[in-house]
Design a protein around this ligand. Sequence first.
Ligand SMILES: Nc1nc2c(ncn2[C@@H]2O[C@H](COP(=O)(O)OP(=O)(O)OP(=O)(O)O)[C@@H](O)[C@H]2O)c(=O)[nH]1
Length: 379
Amino acid sequence: MEGLKPALPATAGEDRQAWRLAQVVHDTYERSKLAGFLYLFGWAVVAWLAGAQLFAPLPTLVMAMVFLVLGVSRLLMRPPPAEDAVANRRWLKRYALVLPLAPLAWSGVQGWMLLDPRFGGEVRMVSLIATIGYATVFVNVYTTVRTFAVVGATALFLPTLVILWLDMDQRALAVAMTFYAVYLVGALLRTHAEYRRRLDLDMALREQRDLYEGLSRTDPLTGLCNRRHFSERLDALATRAHQDGAGFCLLILDVDHFKHVNDRYGHAVGDACLQALADRLQQVFTPPQCLLARLGGEEFGVLMQAGEDEARRAAERLRASLAASPLVLDGRPMGVTASIGLGRFDPDRHGDADGLYRAVDSALYAAKDAGRDRIAADA
Ligand SMILES: Nc1nc2c(ncn2[C@@H]2O[C@H](COP(=O)(O)OP(=O)(O)OP(=O)(O)O)[C@@H](O)[C@H]2O)c(=O)[nH]1
């Protein structure tokens, strides 16, 4: 059975961290899930251009299979549920091992193409352009985690750079590629910083939304739910009761002669009294079984996922507690009593949430008429 916990306004620090982690995991997966197949495509193009399937059929096929398997393994590594921070952390660690494998394998075939004259100058040039392209994609796409981008781009670029620098005939290319590598480092730092800023902004917006959502449901004086949220939950419970017969009770509590408190001690003391009463109510009607709200003035409502007997016992506990020990305001005792109306939702009799509310309100008035400080049930 779904609990009746009130929605909390603020996002806790731990929750914030988990959200951020889940976002990084989600973005990393979405950006990279198909990129692994780019290497397979690149290899198919250069191998076909060079006719590698004719002069080295087995290595050509093996490398194609390697790129295929690495592409599929990325695709299959679906992220865990966002709320499971431990699983998300584990996923990132495992992904950090899988992600650089494809660039590393590409680096291997790139080295082969540079060192084996059968590939020819044109194919070498195409493969170098592909290497530059892959490294550029890496620093732009995997900036979700800076280490991913650094390790991937290094795996792609470094072996090629070393081979080019060692070959006296390729010095011009080596210089050009080195300049590009330096540019990539700058681009990586910038895109990573931009990604972090975007996450910060998303987080701030999410917190603002949570805050306003929380405020729109909360009574500012007592911190309990407000009438609007209470009515929504009451409607939802009544609708569900029609569907699956899940029973629940409504209690409406009204402080007796509250006007006297205000008249005698002033409005500020009256406010403190309502706050102290809200605290006392929370000791008796606890979530997730109960949802508590201030309906307005000195009137409170309780939704309780329980039968009528249990609701009546809880109401009696509250009434007895108020009678036995006064509220304490600033160290001073303040004795108040309350009248309580209660009723269990009966779809046939009440029809809908409004029907139940009217019936319980009548029970409350009956309790007032009968002398206050008592509980009356909807007949
Ligand atoms: N301090 C304070 N008083 C409030 C607030 N809202 C309503 N009240 C007061 O609550 C009192 C309600 O008075 P009545 O409706 O006559 O009810 P009562 O005096 O409790 O009498 P019974 O309900 O018949 O037992 C009024 O004096 C209102 O001014 C509030 O937010 N703070």
